[in-house]
Write a protein that binds this ligand. Sequence first.
Ligand code: NAP
Length: 325
Amino acid sequence: MSQRIQFAQTGGSEVLELVNTTQAEPGPEEVRIANKAVGLNFIDIYFRTGLYPAPALPSGLGTEGAGVVDAVGENVTHLNVGDRVAYAQGPLGAYAEHHVLPAAKVVKLPDFIDFETAAASMLKGLTVQYLLRQTYALKGGETILFHAAAGGVGSIACQWAKALGVKLIGTVSSQEKADLAMQNGAWATINYTQEDVVERVRELTNGEMCDVVYDSVGKDTWEVSLNCLKPRALMVSFGNASGPVDGVNIGILNQKGSLFVTRPSLNGYADTRERLEMMCEDFFGMIESGKIKVDVANRYPLADAGKAQDALQNRKTTGSTVLLP
Ligand SMILES: NC(=O)c1ccc[n+]([C@@H]2O[C@H](COP(=O)([O-])OP(=O)(O)OC[C@H]3O[C@@H](n4cnc5c(N)ncnc54)[C@H](OP(=O)(O)O)[C@@H]3O)[C@@H](O)[C@H]2O)c1
């Protein structure tokens, strides 16, 4: 038997239940991983609430984890039983002692990355990799606005931007979060509960505004974010923490200065094994060089996944959270 968190209906964190299941065997091109640590992400909340539909109910939850391969299906060539590995993409079901998934989505972990660090950073670090290195290939010298700068993704983004020589202005909701973002390399922070974000960006940039805005808050910040951009600059809308952006009149991009907008996802960038490995090499290299330190700030037993999600959803966390099976 093996324990996993599942939900039979969408809703609040009370729909999550810990159940005993028979251990699934990996099919062709699949592996089974005995998880040592599991990553908590905002996307897990979107699936639990139904904002993103799960393929079927009852459903497992979670797409990020690290552990040891304990069974290998047919036609798997790059992994063996006993390998230390990590993953950051579906299918849902990482909140579990064991998880079966396509081998193509699983990478070997280098010795210098422990299981908790990997589970806390695979999805978030690869997201920052594509945001800062691919969606807009930052070269150094640019000014960017990054919302939720003290969160899991934000903490890695602050460090990566600093390493690239990019001025990252981070939005946060408290002084404690502002301090953390600055320690991580933000160039400046804006506490949006006390300051006007657009006016503060104007002051900080001497009226020039930003080359790119990275917005994972969604509905509440869409228009503020557009107002923080230079003419012809790029708006990257990559999350919905406050609800999805909808009902947009595309003419607003013209009114605000011939802006560009994109709505990317990790699956759209790490869509082949080669691309996943290239992105991991870049991210793991940043950890090895010491330029990025992953803040495993919160740990919960697997059984307390609901409590962990409530803390994330209610803006109580900084850095990353892991669940321990
Ligand atoms: N598209 C992709 O590929 C991709 C991949 C990974 C993550 N994401 C997105 O990136 C975001 C960050 O993910 P994460 O897991 O690292 O979470 P996180 O940043 O640790 O937590 C979310 C943070 O968002 C801020 N926030 C602002 N408005 C909020 C609201 N109405 N409700 C809740 N939080 C709000 C809070 O920070 P303050 O208190 O400082 O405001 C909160 O701490 C999420 O939106 C997620 O969906 C997207």
